[in-house]
Write a protein that binds this ligand. Structure first.
Ligand code: ADE
Length: 255
């Protein structure tokens, strides 16, 4: 079974691509629609790695290509998110139990957030993939964090003891960086844990093709007016290590 792994930003896939090229001398690169699909093995698993780029359209186009051109039957999206739920802090990990598009609104023709003509607003993540990611993230936080992201680095970003949470992730074509926007989201989606810009688009395409999906996000900010601060540094020094370490554990456990 081939697994597709997507991310929105370079730092989130680069080391996995390097690991694939190291492990699998026969790995190939297919350029389709301005994206490079890296096809090969990681921890013995058949995988396709791809940088989707940012936003729902980018994620949907990449997901459809993964399914139609490469026959992937499972997809994992890894990346960053803004924490919105109570107690969701920078450095925490949020894994989606379900995803939805917070900016989709075709009222009065369809209820707010419902995907028109698909009769649903929320897309459950695959329980097995999600549990495997949860176990990998738990192992990473318990055993790998001290070496992967040393205390001095965590202190720089105000990360104490990171928590692992499972719940609703909402996607939209907006980088949320205002407390008022967060308050609006919390009001209409009381169970919302985190916001990002791709997960629900992947989920919708996976639903349409009958492919299993899961989303894992490292919380980089609180989606308020300090959300942009140190974003690139956080990605390089913290999130890329989370993503790499958790996916390695996830793949090793499947081998
Ligand atoms: N990804 C990381 N932080 C985000 C935010 N605040 N809004 C949307 N996507 C994000």
């Amino acid at each position: 079974m081939t697994l597709g792994i997507l991310a929105a930003l370079h730092d989130e896939v680069d080391s996995l691509v390097a690991a694939m090229r190291h492990e699998d001398a026969r790995a190939t690169i297919h350029r389709i629609g301005m994206r490079d699909y890296h096809v090969g093995h990681l921890h013995g698993q058949a995988c396709v790695l791809v940088l989707a780029r940012v936003g729902k359209v980018a994620a949907a186009a990449t997901t459809a290509t993964l399914v139609r051109e490469f026959g992937v039957e499972e997809i994992v999206f890894t990346g960053l998110a803004g924490g919105v739920g109570d107690g969701v802090r920078v450095g925490d990990i949020v894994i989606a139990s379900e995803t939805m598009q917070h900016d989709l609104d075709a009222r009065p023709l369809f209820p707010r957030h419902e995907v028109p003509l698909l009769d649903r607003s929320r897309f459950p993540a695959d329980p097995d993939l999600t549990e495997a990611l949860r176990a990998a993230a738990d192992g990473f936080l318990r055993e790998d964090l001290p070496t992967e992201v040393p205390p001095a680095v965590r202190e720089r970003f105000g990360i104490g003891t990171p928590a692992l949470k499972l719940g609703l992730i909402a996607s939209g074509d907006q980088f949320i960086n205002a407390a008022t926007a967060v308050a609006g989201l919390r009001e209409c989606l009381p169970d919302l844990l985190a916001v990002e810009m791709e997960g629900a688009a992947v989920a919708q395409v996976c639903h349409e093709y009958g492919v299993r999906y899961a989303v894992m996000r490292t919380i980089s900010d609180r989606a308020d007016d300090s959300a942009h601060v140190d974003f690139p540094a956080f990605l390089k020094d913290v999130a890329s290590h989370y993503s790499d370490g958790i996916l390695r554990r996830f793949l090793a456990a499947r081998a």
